[in-house]
Design a protein around this ligand. Structure first.
Ligand SMILES: *[C@@H]1O[C@H](CO)[C@@H](O)[C@H](O)[C@H]1NC(C)=O
Ligand SMILES: *[C@@H]1O[C@H](CO)[C@@H](O)[C@H](O)[C@H]1NC(C)=O
Length: 519
């Protein structure tokens, strides 16, 4: 483990050093630094809790709910929920909710990668509206402080309860746990139109502890709806962070037939914390990447509407970029485009999508000796950015690398109607009718395929998200860091008294440090 941890540290140092040499590039296409109005497009909203959560092992148990597109008790009208979301992949999709008595309307981000329901509880620079508990006669504070950290940003607030209604959701009002956010950092970003977050993952991720009943669990218990929800996000091919009014649907309690076509393919939920699934294989342009399937699940693979991009573990990311470069018709593509620091721009009359390959992700089927694949066309991962050049249309790369997860984020989810069937512990994918650009579908689902060519289990049995292991790994990493630091210092210190450094000798360029000292 020691050596495998040194490598990332070295890489980090090298990457840091490389950052200092902003190379100019000469390409067949024009590339500009991202400078979109209203925020840098290379810094999308990423809403990811730090994966330090405790988990709870629970038996398969709750198979009470039925995953049917029917109306169990006359309280559900799925058609009324169609188009109840607004937003885009860049800043997330949000739902309107009424909170408190009298009701205060707020827009709430839909996030399947966390488990707290939290709303702005005080004015803040980038928050256009907030919930004032003092104006609600039904609000009850629990006096418990809570902090949630995401990969970008964090917030601190106070736990309480109040009643909510969802105008385009389900009839009736329900009492739920609400964290009112009093302080936040990089959470509410400029231009976002939402004022709170609805964490739809399992209680294992809820803060400060899993005993805080999640919003959806409260809804299932009080409204007696089936333990299932489904999500359709309709931003395919439209500018990221554009008007922010692309539609979408969050269907509470079931599946709405008009939101998908073809069959629904289900993959088991490996563990109930995030929506963790098992990925067996990746293909770029029909070519298998041929990595050990455990690499695709390092250290987990999750379905997360609150993450903008498709995020891939570093090794997988490199392999995918290499494969795209090989398959695409564009040679010598700037590395800045792949890392997200640069946009690629083409003449407005051109559409670059035909230059890029299709990307396929194989998921394990409910029958474990079968798999199915979900594919996204370049229209989903080469994403237009609004308003850069006059005659140019610029695009960003909708895939990024991650150190601890493969995340099926909005980039992929915009291609599909995704069913979070908690009752039967499975996630379903079906082709979404709104995933079309210029009248052609930009997503596909095919199956079944045999799993004879992959391991019987691609999810590491060592649960790396156990707190103890995290502590151990952090300790090891720190140790490696210290050793490296000592080595660097030793390398930098000249042999004693041989030579007094003049100013000219001082190594002040980190890139040259790497080149000259680390041979
Ligand atoms: C709520 O109830 C009204 C009247 O009974 C009905 O028209 C409406 O469709 C219901 N909405 C939902 C989301 O079930
Ligand atoms: C699972 O899939 C295999 C291979 O397609 C098939 O032979 C088998 O009958 C399936 N099992 C069930 C329970 O459907």
């Amino acid at each position: 483990m020691g050596t495998s941890l040194v490598a990332p540290s070295l890489l980090l140092l090298l990457a840091g050093a490389a950052g200092f040499c902003r190379a100019l590039f000469s390409l067949p296409l024009r590339v500009s630094l991202p400078a979109a109005p209203g925020g840098s497009p290379s810094a999308p909203v990423l809403l990811r809790p730090a994966s330090s959560s405790r988990r709870q092992q629970e038996p398969l148990g709750d198979t009470d709910g039925l995953a049917l597109a029917s109306d169990p008790g006359g309280t559900l009208n799925f058609l009324a929920m169609v188009d109840n979301l607004q937003g885009d992949s860049g800043r997330g999709y949000y739902l309107e909710m009424l909170i408190g008595t009298p009701p205060q309307p707020l827009n709430i981000l839909v996030d399947t990668g966390s488990s707290n329901f939290a709303v702005a509880g005080a004015p803040a620079p980038d928050v256009t509206s907030y919930f004032n508990p003092e104006l609600s006669s039904t609000y009850k504070s629990q006096g418990i402080d809570v902090t949630v950290k995401y990969t970008q940003g964090s917030w601190t607030g106070v736990l309480g309860t109040d009643v909510i209604t969802i105008p385009k959701g389900i009839n009736g009002s329900y009492t739920v746990n609400i964290a009112t956010i009093l302080e936040s950092e990089n959470f509410f970003l400029p231009g976002v139109k939402w004022h709170g977050i609805l964490g739809l993952a399992y209680d294992a991720l809820a803060k400060p502890s899993s005993s805080v009943e999640t919003f959806f669990d409260s809804l299932v218990r009080q409204a007696k709806i089936p333990n299932i929800f489904s999500l359709q996000m309709c931003g395919a091919g439209l500018p990221v962070s554009g008007s922010g009014t692309n539609g979408g649907s969050l269907v509470l309690g079931g599946i709405e037939p008009s939101l998908y076509k073809g069959d629904i393919w289900y993959t088991p939920i490996k563990e109930e914390w995030y929506y963790q699934v098992e990925i067996l294989k990746l293909e770029v342009g029909g070519q298998n990447l041929e990595l050990d399937c455990r690499e695709y699940n390092a250290d987990k693979a999750i379905v997360d509407s609150g993450t903008t991009l498709l995020r891939l573990p570093q090794k997988v990311f490199s392999a995918v970029v290499q494969a795209i470069v090989r398959t695409s018709l564009i040679q010598e593509f700037s590395s800045g485009f792949w890392t997200g620091s640069q946009l690629a721009c083409w003449d407005k009359t051109e559409r670059p999508w035909s230059f890029f390959p299709k990307l396929s992700i194989y998921l394990r089927d409910e029958n474990s000796s079968r798999s199915f694949r979900i594919s996204i066309l370049p229209q989903l991962y080469i994403q237009p950015i609004l308003g850069i050049g006059e005659n140019l249309q610029c695009y960003r790369f909708g895939i990024s690398s991650s150190t601890n997860a493969l995340v099926i984020g909005a980039t992929v989810m915009e291609g599909f109607y995704v069913i979070f069937d908690r009752a039967q512990r499975r996630v379903g994918f079906a082709v979404s009718p709104c995933a079309e650009v210029g009248g052609s579908p930009v997503s596909e689902i095919e199956g079944p395929f045999t799993t004879a060519d992959v391991a019987s289990n691609c999810v590491s049995s060592v649960s790396f998200h156990e707190p103890v292991l995290w502590i151990a790994s952090y300790a090891l990493m720190s140790l490696c860091g210290i050793i490296l630091l000592v080595l660097i210092i030793l390398l930098l210190i000249p042999p004693r008294c041989q030579h007094r450094y003049t100013d000219n000798d001082v190594v002040n360029d980190e890139s040259s440090l790497v080149r000259h000292r680390w041979k």
